[in-house]
Design a protein. Structure first.
Length: 266
């Protein structure tokens, strides 16, 4: 099942309060009191050149203007970065907001944890389930039933050969906090095929959970799915067959970079 991909530009906050390097530091303090934000992008000639944060003001030696206080080594996101990859970057770096720039380095927005939550809700599992359920019915000419239920972890047949370590950490945290969305499972014959939610399922197994909260699409008959045949060829039978990929091997790193690294190539 191919879900529609969402990008940072679809969920970022576009009306961003920004300042310039020449903005007085005293003004930043007043701005923080008024806006209730604790950080602001610093823009010069329409391009992002840094960020000024409450931490900068508290921890650094006092300077009268933002130029002497701002941070220039920061992580930025291209507006065409996928929302999932952006969330991984923010989780791994422990940051709550990330400036967004276009291909020319012009500030176009800010992506925050709140925006991530909003994207997660709007792309909720029920919509994916309805799409998948309809696809199965049209593909096989059948009428399916849908239930939300707890499926025994050991009964699940995975169909994905890898998960990413950083996202696995995120799903583990969500499970511990009771925030994880349900997986999507197909019951065909006496088999329980895991369609979507491999990170959640692997995290559940690592935590010793006996069941996984799931939306189960019951086909009402025994149909050998294409994803099962692909998993057979790949030798994926149990969760032990899934490879956990370390963060440094993830391709998204090539998309995000620090401003200083970018400037050093100019």
């Amino acid at each position: 099942m191919a879900a529609k991909k969402s990008f940072v530009k679809d969920y970022m906050t576009k009306n961003v309060i920004s300042v310039t390097p020449n903005t007085p530091t005293e003004y930043i303090i007043d701005l923080m009191k008024e806006s209730h934000h604790n950080s602001y992008p610093v823009v010069e000639d329409n391009k992002l050149v840094g960020m000024i944060t409450a931490f900068d003001i508290v921890a650094k030696d006092w300077k009268d203007t933002v130029k002497g206080m701002m941070s220039t080594k920061l992580v930025v996101a291209n507006e065409n970065l996928s929302i999932n990859d952006a969330s991984r970057v923010m989780f791994r770096r422990g940051i709550s907001r990330m400036p967004v720039v276009d291909e020319k380095g012009v500030l176009v927005g800010i992506i925050t944890n709140t925006d991530m939550v909003r994207s997660h809700i709007e792309r909720s599992t029920p919509n994916k389930v309805d799409y998948f359920k309809t696809t199965m019915e049209q593909l096989y000419g059948i009428k399916t039933t849908l239930r939300r239920m707890k499926v025994e972890t050991n009964k699940l047949r995975p169909t994905q050969d890898r998960v990413y370590a950083d996202e696995l950490e995120g799903r583990t945290y969500e499970l511990k906090k009771g925030l994880a969305e349900p997986a999507i499972v197909v019951k065909t014959g006496d088999r329980w095929i895991l369609v979507d939610g491999h990170h959640r399922a692997v995290a559940s197994k690592q935590l010793g959970c006996e069941t996984v909260d799931s939306y189960v699409v019951d086909l009402g008959r025994d149909i050998k799915l294409g994803m099962e045949k692909t998993a057979d060829k790949a030798g994926i039978e149990t969760f032990e067959d899934i490879k956990i990929i370390d963060d440094d091997k993830h391709p998204l790193i090539a998309i995000t970079e620090s401003i200083q690294d970018s400037e050093s190539r100019e």
